[in-house]
Design a protein around this ligand. Structure first.
Ligand SMILES: *Cc1c(COP(=O)(O)O)cnc(C)c1O
Length: 424
């Protein structure tokens, strides 16, 4: 496959942009080689600067659950772009999307729109601190909640990929207020809540972790978290930036039937434009300014173009009752077939999958937390990644990332993917 234009562009990019990328996960650091520069997309496919075609299993790292350029989203954006880009005043669009979010996620009583998942998570924690009057938070190793200071401790995604453990740029006081334990460890959670319950403002968790590969919670783990939070005046924050509107209309909450006090959204909620949101219990959300004294604001929050893409995407998901079952079936099919292919090849591997989230770790052990996710053989992953890429299958360039399936992926696309895999 000829990717000369990408190579040329990457050389140039590095002269002007740190590492040549505007987000570190794009830099191919774990897998080596040159990141591919994309220029257009159509449904399940993306096309690079040299006009090579790829089946897309990243979908912009999650937002494009309907695939690229869904006609309903394109149409809505074309209409909006003729009307207005931005006012900085309230608009009816914001009322419509808030109502739609509430109808899809029943425990959201009030919701505030922001511009990214990072913003949503940092705002939710500030709110939890304001509401409880407490300071410390508990997060889980390998979970990623954006790049705000308070989350830069044993985080997943790019921090795991680049193996960044030290906290350059993070004030010690901030880091000290963030406690971290292993995901899916029942005893550790009970012990730390017991020790810090009078200081803990919030537990923030990816209910189905997706930033160390896909790692679902063990049975009863989220339920225990829910119970400990309720008993100790700790705000339970589900970070559904990745899982929201992806695992079900009501996200991981609906799928697993555990309900948080606050929920953060991003990715799918913006349909490919920059959007985030946080929402939940009315008594807590009422502490947000201008109702309360927890300040949070944004010049472009609720931006009309962003709201339009989000509303169109959520509307398609909301009005299409079979869409999640179809995504599930694709995920299960892919997992089963990949398992068969790797078994025949004698390739040691573990595939975790839930709904349209799936990931492969080249290790023997179950992958249930960050430690077990880190054991995988990176040389094997690297070879696998480049084989797939060179044959037109675009996977995330790190084993610490989840593949995202879209409703645009056809059975033929899945078959083509498996055929490439067989030739590895
Ligand atoms: C992507 C992600 C974020 C950060 O969202 P940005 O829009 O990149 O700031 C936060 N939490 C989770 C679970 C994510 O997957």
């Amino acid at each position: 496959m000829n990717t000369n234009k990408s190579k040329h562009l990457f050389n140039e990019a590095q002269l002007h942009i740190p590492g040549g990328v505007n987000s570190p996960v794009r830099a191919f650091k774990q897998v080596g080689g040159t990141p591919v520069f994309m220029k257009r997309a159509d449904g399940a496919y993306i096309f690079d600067e040299d006009d090579n075609q790829y089946i897309d299993y990243i979908n912009s790292w999650g937002p494009l659950i309907l695939g690229h350029n869904h006609p309903k989203v394109v149409e809505a954006l074309q209409e909006q772009v003729k009307t207005a880009f931005s006012f900085g005043t309230p608009t009816s669009l914001e009322v419509e999307i808030a109502k739609l979010i509430k109808s899809m996620v029943p425990n959201i009583e009030l919701v505030r729109m922001v511009n990214s998942g990072t913003e949503a998570c940092m705002s939710a924690v500030r709110l939890a601190r304001g509401f409880t009057g407490k300071t410390k938070i508990l997060k889980f190793e390998g979970h990623y909640h954006g790049h705000a200071d308070l989350f830069m401790k044993k985080a997943g995604s790019g921090m795991a990929t680049l193996n960044i453990k030290q906290d350059d740029g993070i004030p010690k006081g901030v880091a000290d207020d963030t406690l971290v334990i292993a995901f899916n460890d029942f005893e550790a959670m009970q012990a730390i809540v017991k020790q810090y319950k009078t200081e803990l403002a919030a537990i923030i968790v990816e209910p189905v972790a997706g930033n160390m590969g896909c790692v679902p919670p063990k049975m009863g783990y989220l339920e225990l978290m829910r119970k400990l939070c309720s008993e100790n005046n700790i705000v339970l924050i589900f970070d559904e930036v990745m899982t929201g509107f992806r695992l079900a209309k009501g996200g991981a909450q609906e799928r697993l039937n555990v309900w948080a006090d606050l929920v953060t959204f991003g990715k799918v909620i913006g349909g490919g434009l920059p959007v985030g949101a946080f929402g939940g219990r009315k008594d807590i959300m009422s502490c947000v300014a201008p109702l309360g004294k927890v300040y949070q604001a944004g010049t472009l929050s609720g931006n009309p173009l962003a709201m339009t893409a989000g509303f169109a995407t959520l509307s398609v998901l909301n009005s299409n009752p079979s869409i999640y079952a179809e995504l599930d079936n694709k995920g299960i099919y892919l997992k089963e077939k990949l398992n068969e292919i790797f078994a025949i090849k004698g390739e040691t591997h573990t595939i975790n999958q839930l709904g349209s989230m799936i990931s492969i770790h080249f290790c023997e052990n179950d992958v249930t937390d960050f430690e077990s996710a880190s054991i995988g053989n990176n040389d094997t992953f690297k070879k696998f990644f480049h084989h797939m890429l060179n044959n037109g299958i675009y996977l995330p360039p790190s084993a610490f990332e989840t593949w995202f399936l879209s409703s645009a992926l056809s059975d033929e696309d899945l078959q083509a993917t498996l055929d490439v895999c067989k030739r590895w």
